[in-house]
Design a protein around this ligand. Structure first.
Ligand code: SF4
Length: 376
């Protein structure tokens, strides 16, 4: 028999006491399937990862302590899967967490790409900078950190002053990668940008800066800043179930100057243009040829004083700050879906301000790259 989803409750929080701690588990959605409640975690991932299993096991553990019969499931890129996680290791994990929280020393960060959506991101980065923690060096994860610490490289400065051959020997990376790690450490130590490869930027009287926000469901906000001689104009377009007019508005806007480059950051924005090009059966070849990916250019040509080469971190090295403070891309994604439901203008205003600043951050980074180009 086909599964029947009968009821949906958006976001739910479950609390319980355990071993002197208050456990708080959060589900993105609680639904009813054939009369049984199922707590769902939404993840934008192609496959089930270890961290998903741990989160689900924690959720299931909290339900068992509360004596509730709720199943758990994952929604991966919109596709629902019921899961049966093993909760045996959760007491051990909780006792380690308890130890960390009761220690007078905060736990050391262990950076990975998942950090960008973590609420402690800024705290962890600040902690790592203050302590010269070697995981601040892009390319140093938990394993390499352990190996380097064992060999006496305790701080970023130790790595910055080291011989790459020693880094290669202790971490097992090849010499090329070891040289990059040492240069990366030097960049963090001195807060300097280092050019490593020549590059060229297009020259044009007019320029566009483009950034997309995506909601958890199929809603997109396409933001574009047009830089003209003495003026900048920002426009945004919301592509929802009825996306045709907004898409046309976007195309018209970026074609005011049909030869002007369109700067963006990483592959996602390009994919969105391709997606709506396909949906609208519009040929976006010429438009795509105008896209200039600043992320690709930066990682090929520079070593920067950042842990992550995200637009946020890179733009902040130029002194750029977002008016929305620590509001993140992840929060913008959640907020866009919330706005879709509520149509609350305050929520939209925050997302738009955030997106406009993303576009301005791109413009600032591009200006900084121009300066570097001149000095190369
Ligand atoms: S930001 Fe800090 S707390 Fe969050 S996942 Fe990364 S290292 Fe862990």
């Amino acid at each position: 028999m086909e599964n029947q989803i009968q009821e949906v409750v958006k976001e739910d929080v479950f609390l319980t006491e355990y071993s002197g701690m208050t456990l708080i588990a959060k589900a993105d959605e609680v639904i009813k399937i054939n009369g049984n409640r199922v707590a769902i975690l939404d993840k934008s991932s192609k496959s089930v990862k270890e961290r998903h299993r741990i989160e689900l096991a924690f959720l299931a553990f909290v339900f068992s302590l509360r004596g509730e019969r709720i199943s758990v499931g994952l929604r991966l890129n919109g596709e629902l899967r019921l899961m049966y996680p093993n909760t045996d290791k959760i007491p051990l994990i909780l006792s380690e967490i308890k130890k960390s929280f009761s220690s007078t020393f905060p736990p050391e960060p262990s950076f990975s790409y998942t950090c960008k959506n973590c609420p402690f991101h800024t705290d962890c980065i600040n902690f790592a900078i203050k302590n010269g923690d070697i995981t601040m060096i892009n390319g140093i994860g938990e394993g390499r950190k352990r190996a380097l610490k064992k060999a006496g490289f305790l701080k970023v400065d130790d790595v910055a002053k080291s011989d790459p051959r020693a880094i290669s020997k202790y971490t097992g990376v090849d010499l090329k990668e070891a040289k990059r790690i040492v240069k990366q450490a030097e960049s963090i130590s001195t807060s300097k940008w280092f050019s490593i490869n020549e590059f060229t930027l297009p020259t044009s009287e007019f320029e566009y800066f483009f950034d997309v926000e995506k909601g958890e469901d199929k809603i997109y906000l396409l933001g574009v800043l047009l830089k003209e001689k003495s003026d900048n104009q920002y426009r945004y377009f919301i592509l929802d179930d009825y996306w045709e007019n907004a898409w046309k508005g976007f195309i018209d806007f970026v074609n005011i100057h049909p030869k002007a480059p369109i700067y963006h950051y990483d592959v996602f924005d390009r994919d969105v243009i391709r997606k709506f090009g396909n949906l609208s059966k519009m040929n976006v070849k010429e438009l795509s040829a105008r896209l200039v990916d600043l992320y690709k250019l930066i990682v090929r040509s520079f070593i920067l004083p950042v842990r992550f080469y995200s637009l946020k971190d890179v733009a902040r090295t130029t002194g750029f700050n977002w008016r929305t403070g620590s509001f993140s891309g992840y929060e913008a994604m959640k907020a866009l879906s919330m706005w879709r439901e509520s149509k609350n203008p305050d929520i939209l205003s925050k997302i738009v301000t955030y997106n406009e600043d993303d576009c301005r951050a791109l413009m600032t980074v591009k200006t900084r790259l121009e300066r570097a180009q001149m000095n190369f």
